[in-house]
Design a protein around this ligand. Structure first.
Ligand SMILES: C[S@@+](CC[C@H](N)C(=O)[O-])C[C@H]1O[C@@H](n2cnc3c(N)ncnc32)[C@H](O)[C@@H]1O
Length: 330
């Protein structure tokens, strides 16, 4: 996956004139902070340098995760055509770019964000594209009620971790009330991120939501620690990204956990592949999450996996791959 060319150009323009070598230390500290899952009780005051480092190294990764999650929603609900969107903890507007790319019918959006600096950069990026009509609001969602009409698509990406645990419940409650159709929550693909997704999923199911991705059911998650449900999306690193990260590899894999819930059910699937297929001795083993709420490992010969019409192979892997909602996790 690559950033949309207009977003790539907008990020490059925002970083123009900044010595990338100067940003490297800030970018490394930012990445460490997300990796270590440090969270603050109050929204942090983001410095200009941190916002620029975010654009260079974190925005491509969070874009990849949100876009991948959006693909899973689009696959689960091909009839879903959101006309408007609400994104909270919007940062530089990453989720709006992903939503506009996935659902070009989105023509109006409200973005809520605590940091005025992020808002400034979000506006600057959006000005370089034909993004839908956007309203930004600077607000602390842990304190202020989210003042919005219900919107078709509601997103909150990489934010739960930045909220005090006791604030999460009421924010999720508000988000569900403001969801006319589908709500998507994305978190880092760590065991702790998955736990936050599981807690959000449980709360939303209790509130009457239908789970549409990635789980093919609304029963308890069959995975048990130390296992956890997470996915990975590969994203190309631009020159600016590589220089800021001092990395040679031209891509990175962003691990994420997510849940999408809706007021309408998803099409029924046979199962979803929830791990990267394992290949050994001419066989492929798929880790599957099934609609009956169970987890299953199924092995197929490579021939079966390639050809769904092989006689005697009614459960060929291809059938599951058809219902693969997202990139298999690493
Ligand atoms: C890791 S960034 C994610 C930004 C964007 N959603 C993305 O995926 O790139 C978390 C964002 O949540 C915002 N945030 C954290 N706590 C908040 C709060 N209480 N109210 C509003 N925004 C908040 C931060 O300012 C930051 O922009």
């Amino acid at each position: 996956m690559e950033l949309p060319p207009l977003l790539r150009r907008a990020v490059d323009n925002a970083l123009n004139g900044t010595a990338l070598s100067d940003l490297a230390a800030t970018a490394a500290a930012l990445s460490d902070r997300y990796r270590e899952e440090r969270h603050d009780i109050k929204p942090r005051v983001i410095s200009d340098r941190e916002a620029l480092a975010y654009l260079a190294v974190r925005l491509p990764a969070t874009y990849a995760a949100i876009r991948s999650s959006s693909n899973a929603v689009a696959e689960a609900r091909p009839d879903f055509m959101p006309g408007n969107a609400l994104d909270v903890g919007a940062g530089p507007g990453t989720a709006l770019w992903a939503a506009a790319e996935c659902w070009p019918a989105v023509s109006e959006a409200l973005l809520v964000e605590a940091s005025p600096i992020f808002r400034t950069y979000a506006e600057r990026l959006a000005a370089e594209a034909e993004l839908p009509h956007v309203t930004w609001r600077v607000a602390d969602i842990a304190v202020d009620a989210i003042d919005s009409k219900p919107r078709d698509l509601v997103t909150m990406a990489y934010v739960l971790n930045e909220l005090a645990p006791k604030a999460r419940h009421s924010i999720l409650q508000q988000l569900w009330q403001l969801t006319a159709d589908t709500l998507v929550i994305v978190e880092p693909g760590t065991p702790a991120g998955w736990q936050r997704i599981i807690a959000a999923r449980n709360q939303l199911i209790e509130a009457g939501a239908q789970v549409i991705a990635p789980c093919p059911h609304a029963r308890a998650c069959p995975l048990q620690p130390p296992d956890w449900c997470h996915f990975a999306q590969r994203i190309a690193r631009s020159r600016v990204h590589r220089q800021t990260k001092r990395a040679d590899v031209p891509w990175e894999d962003e691990k994420f956990s997510h849940v999408a819930v809706s007021r309408k059910p998803a099409a029924r699937v046979r199962a979803r592949v929830i791990a990267r297929p394992r290949k050994a001795d001419g066989h492929i083993t798929l880790k599957l999450c099934r609609p009956d709420g169970l987890m299953d490992n199924q092995s197929f010969s490579r021939r079966e996996a390639r050809s769904p019409s092989v006689p005697g192979a009614p459960t060929g892997a291809r059938r599951y791959e058809c219902s693969l909602a997202v990139e298999p996790p690493l």
